[in-house]
Design a protein around this ligand. Structure first.
Ligand SMILES: [Zn+2]
Length: 885
């Protein structure tokens, strides 16, 4: 998790249903490029020829894994895995599903030949163990007695953390060819699923960049773009939301097919601290999960540490740095599926180039390791010196062997515990609150509700739909209400996603500053997504429940006369923006009414478009005769520019992804484009993603990356953006980019959240209330009260120190600031952790500032945070809808 070590942090949905990822083709299916020989005949062939023919990675790739400046590329790794699978009776290769950019996730299933020959039976038995409702304890025990433990190892989801992907080739080779009796015994007890990369798209990008600059002054330099088409580092923050193919693929592969009992993800960290991290992790934990999870992770972590120590690898730390609170990591979402998840982090080289770390450079300073010296969780500090990719590979391999052998030794316990955790999850759901979560059919944003149900189903959470009204906790719910019963094996996963969170704040001592969470403190999806979800705390009866197989939007009706003059579309929520974009695409001439509905004059094309909007987006349409409503404002197709800096920007990636999903045409805008001026001739609206102003202005300094990627907006860019606004453009700033825009336009606003010290105000990623002015077009289609995701974000006050806008000089002379949204006056926090509420209470969260002929829109938080905060997407969308005049 290198990017976060310092704690700094295409597919399109059809709208009537939320298709789940195409299934991985299953373990019996070979890739189409495989030999046409059947799996069975290959096994017969290879059983006698066995390992002698399996080429070593060095033979195959032409260099040993981890050799200085050498990297195995993704196509070659895939070929190597295919070849080993063809030649070894211990290996079968399976397809684990698509990536974003058209690659495939692959997994080698490695085990003793007799297990490989009956993988389907093992998988079926494993699936039975995963669901205790259909398996009694005695039967579970007898299955467990002979069952194989399923261990998954996934490499390098953060593609620049490249060592594990290289090590995977060597691990595969060793396991396919070894005569070592301990490893052979382990393979008899373990089915290992080895995913050589959890982010092949990113691996391609990283290897390409590194190889291109090898031997130049920019060898090992940072890429000026993300190591994934959209989300870079956040590909490991998407595991429950599954906005990206990779995360949906892995979810189906794990939760539907393989149910691994143990899952290790291998990462890399910074260069100046410990060499290796193994579990146990640091606090806090999410208390939803069965304690057997943490106990098992602890002893397996110690087993890995022991093996590393035996192999002479110093600098291994435990119980430090990485907490296990956020459920969106690839290695934490499975916790609620009763999979013991393990994380390792190894110190990085400069991609594949060696580095030297002097003893004086070594430092602690992280949670659990305040100083770099021997302590109980770090008994053997690494002394410093040369550190190369081969070290990364060696440490990863030691950990993998330590894990494999200990998982094999504790096979029966791990398998039994897996069953026990599922059984206890079901029991907790039957005996204690909450008993269920309910999703009523009438939702403000049917599109967001559909997305919430789709991600629960993708996470193998069972949903049911009530076909009759029922009563729970004293309230009556209508037919069509969807029910998440807690008496199901993966109930704890559903619970952590749906419940309100109260972050367990930690301090080293009373009165000491609070420790920052590794990621965020709150994610409650019903709040973030603006979906009404009801928690049922008491036992209740509901008949007539049918399993829900697919999340769909209930079609809405078109009411009114059959030969109308115009239609009024109830363009609520994010589906409302898709509706507007489709009406624009159909040249149906949509316009906003004063209260945020959308009217379109009748025509053949508008009739067709509104019919689809009603049926696919679940938005009601009224056909009307007579005069169009007064005071409508035409919505025109906006020319959208999304600024994309050369300092990789995840927020830009998420915004780009979001605009595609919601059918907004747009163009990326580079520093050179902005500096070139004439922006107004090209764009109606320009979006600045979240980034600190100094980074937006300066970009990479010279010498860090090739010259064409250095520098930022600069003074020319600032002037150009100011002119853009003054000549009628809309400049949208997300979160910390607002400070730049306030500065550019000399706006009389002050960010009181930034101005406050950390002891005065602290909110490291939580959900807060947001009160909107429903008459402001920026809030059209939104409820008057909703939720925003606040992570070190902004809260504005109109600066009393500055003259009133009318009397102010410069561009702000004409500035009229409108506060579109505020944080509530009290009870600001909805879920997570916030200290110093009074600092932001009642302050501006979203504002518009007129300047010249145009305006700035400052959204003080990330309205599109990780593609999760559906409740506030519409603010960004409305800024676009209202920008073309
Ligand atoms: Zn990482």
């Amino acid at each position: 998790m290198v990017g976060n070590e310092t704690h700094e942090g295409h597919q399109r949905h059809s709208t009537d249903e939320f298709p789940r990822t195409p299934r991985a083709t299953g373990h019996v299916a070979y890739f189409s490029w495989f030999s046409s020989l059947s799996c069975v005949s290959w096994m017969l062939l290879s059983a006698s020829l066995a390992s002698a023919q399996v080429p070593s990675p060095e033979t195959f790739f032409g260099f040993p894994m981890g050799a200085d400046t050498e990297l195995a590329s993704w196509p070659r790794i895939r070929e190597y895995f295919e070849q080993v699978a063809r030649l070894s009776d211990r290996v079968e290769l399976v397809d684990a599903g698509p990536t974003t950019d058209g690659n495939r996730l692959i997994a080698a299933i490695v085990s003793a030949p007799e297990n490989i020959a009956r993988l389907e039976a093992i998988r079926a038995a494993n699936a039975r163990l995963a669901d205790p409702r259909t398996l009694g304890e005695d039967d579970a025990k007898s299955i467990a007695a002979a069952h194989k433990v399923v261990l998954a190892i996934g490499a390098s989801i953060h593609a620049s953390e490249i060592g594990a992907t290289q090590a995977a080739n060597e691990l595969l080779y060793t396991l396919a060819t070894t005569d070592d009796p301990v490893l052979l015994a382990s393979l008899r007890d373990v089915v290992l699923i080895l995913l050589p990369s959890l982010n092949p798209d990113g691996h391609v990008l990283v290897v390409d960049w590194y190889t291109r600059h090898k031997g130049t002054p920019f060898e090992g330099s940072p890429m000026p773009w993300l190591y994934h088409k959209y989300v870079g580092h956040d590909i490991n923050r998407d595991a429950f939301m599954m906005n990206m193919n990779e995360n949906r693929s892995i979810a189906h592969f794990f939760y539907e097919q393989w149910h691994p009992q143990v899952f290790l993800t291998m990462h890399q960290m910074g260069t100046r601290g410990p060499r290796f991290f193994v579990p146990p992790n640091y606090d806090p934990i999410d208390p939803n999960y069965d304690p057997l999870i943490w106990r098992t992770a602890g002893f397996l972590g110690h087993a890995m540490a022991l093996r590393l120590e035996q192999d002479g690898r110093s600098g291994v730390v435990q119980s430090a740095m990485y907490d296990y609170y956020w459920p969106g990591y690839e290695d934490s979402a499975p916790l609620g599926h009763n999979t013991v998840c393990l994380l390792t982090e190894v110190a990085s080289a400069r991609v594949a180039s060696p580095i030297t770390v002097s003893p004086a450079e070594l430092q602690g300073g992280s949670r659990g390791l305040p100083e770099y010296r021997a302590q109980i969780n770090f008994p053997n500090p690494w002394p410093g010196g040369l550190w190369r990719l081969r070290d990364v590979v060696d440490y990863d391999l030691s950990a993998a062997y330590g894990l494999l052998t200990s998982v094999a030794r504790y096979r029966a316990e791990i398998v039994e515990n897996f069953y026990t955790m599922g059984r206890r999850a079901v029991e907790r759901g039957r005996t204690g609150g909450p008993f269920a979560f309910l999703i009523p059919p009438a939702q403000h944003d049917p599109h967001a509700a559909g997305r919430l149900e789709a991600l629960l189903l993708d996470g193998s959470v069972e949903l049911h739909r009530a076909s009759q009204p029922f009563t729970a906790d004293g309230h009556t719910y209508p037919s069509g209400t969807d029910v998440v019963l807690m008496a199901q094996p993966f109930a704890r996963y559903a619970k952590t996603l749906l419940e309100r969170l109260d972050y367990p704040v930690r301090r080293a001592a009373p009165g000491a500053p609070a420790e920052r969470p590794y990621d965020v403190a709150g994610w409650t999806l019903p709040y973030q997504m603006g979906v009404e979800v009801v928690t049922v705390q008491k036992p209740f009866d509901v008949d007539a429940l049918a399993p829900l197989e697919k999340a769909t939007i209930v079609p809405a009706q078109i009411t009114g006369p059959s030969r109308p003059t115009h239609y009024v579309v109830d363009a609520r929520g994010n589906g409302g923006s898709i509706a507007i974009n489709r009406l624009l695409a159909a040249n149906a001439r949509p316009a906003f009414t004063r209260d945020g509905h959308v009217v379109v004059p009748f025509s053949k094309t508008s009739a067709e478009a509104v019919a689809r909007i009603a049926s696919e987006l679940g938005l009601g349409v009224t056909a009307a005769r007579g005069r169009m409503p007064d005071g409508t404002v035409p919505i025109r197709r906006a020319r959208v520019g999304l600024y994309k800096p050369w300092v990789e920007n995840i927020d830009e990636g998420w915004t780009r992804w979001l605009l595609e999903q919601y059918e907004f045409p747009f163009k990326n805008v580079s520093d050179a484009d902005v500096r070139g001026g004439e922006l107004r001739a090209q764009f109606d609206v320009i979006i600045l993603p979240d980034a600190p102003p100094e980074r937006l202005l300066s970009g990479h300094p010279p010498g860090v990356v090739p010259e064409q990627y250095t520098g930022g907006l600069g003074e020319e860019g600032v002037t150009s953006l100011r002119q853009f606004v003054e000549t009628g453009g809309t400049l949208v700033a997300l979160d910390s980019a607002g400070a730049l825009v306030a500065n550019i336009l000399d706006l009389p606003v002050r960010d009181v959240a930034q101005a406050a010290g950390p002891t005065e105000f602290f909110c490291p990623g939580s959900i807060v209330g947001l009160e909107l002015d429903p008459s402001n077009p920026l809030a059209f289609g939104m409820p008057a009260r909703t939720a925003a995701f606040f992570s070190y974000s902004a809260a504005y006050e109109l600066s009393p120190a500055l003259p009133t806008p009318e009397g102010h000089g410069g561009p702000a002379q004409q500035a009229t600031i409108e506060i579109v949204g505020r944080y509530p006056a009290r009870d600001v926090l909805m879920s997570g952790w916030l200290e110093g509420e009074r600092v932001i209470a009642g302050r501006g969260a979203v504002l518009t500032a007129r300047a010249g002929l145009g305006r700035a829109v400052l959204i003080g938080f990330r309205a599109q945070h990780r593609g999760q905060s559906h409740a506030t997407f519409r603010l960004l969308f409305n800024a676009i809808h209202t920008s073309a005049r």
